[in-house]
Ligand binder design. Structure first.
Ligand SMILES: N=c1c2ncn([C@@H]3O[C@H](COP(=O)(O)OP(=O)(O)OP(=O)(O)O)[C@@H](O)[C@H]3O)c2ncn1[C@@H]1O[C@H](COP(=O)(O)O)[C@@H](O)[C@H]1O
Length: 111
């Protein structure tokens, strides 16, 4: 039976599926196969997908930028899943930065 499409936080929903695939791997799961290959394979995919975002960005086609960005976000979520880092931790970091100018933040860094 196909999974019901989540109506709210798609990132949280995908992360839950990733954690479920990690805990209960099956042969039909791409996520499980990636996890089984280890972190270097996940990192390779993140690198490839990031490069594809760059190529799509150069091409300027909205549809391709959206498609490749979705691939990159998904593979980033697999990396977070590998280390059991909940996307909420990334949201919290983004919330902490909210309203702080990037230039100001860089100047305030020590070292
Ligand atoms: N969002 C995604 C998602 N985005 C991309 N992909 C897969 O990522 C892969 C990347 O494609 P590529 O052509 O770059 O890679 P490839 O050639 O297949 O792989 P390599 O040979 O490079 O290892 C494809 O198999 C895509 O289907 C995804 N696979 C899964 N999800 C989500 O994860 C859920 C669980 O998926 P399974 O683990 O497969 O059940 C799904 O319901 C989706 O919500």
């Amino acid at each position: 039976m196909p999974m019901e499409k989540p109506k709210d936080d798609i990132i949280a929903a995908i992360y839950r599926v990733i954690q479920e695939r990690k805990a209960n791997p099956s042969e039909s799961s791409y996520t499980a196969s990636l996890m089984a290959k280890g972190v270097d394979k996940i990192l390779k995919k993140v690198g490839e997908e990031a490069t594809e975002v760059v190529i799509a960005g150069k091409g300027g086609k909205r549809e391709e930028i959206v498609y490749e960005t979705a691939d990159l976000i998904f593979h980033n979520l697999v990396l977070l899943g590998f280390y059991d880092i909940d996307p909420e931790e990334v949201y919290a970091e983004l919330r902490r930065r909210f309203g702080i100018s990037g230039i100001e933040e860089k100047e305030s860094r020590v070292g």
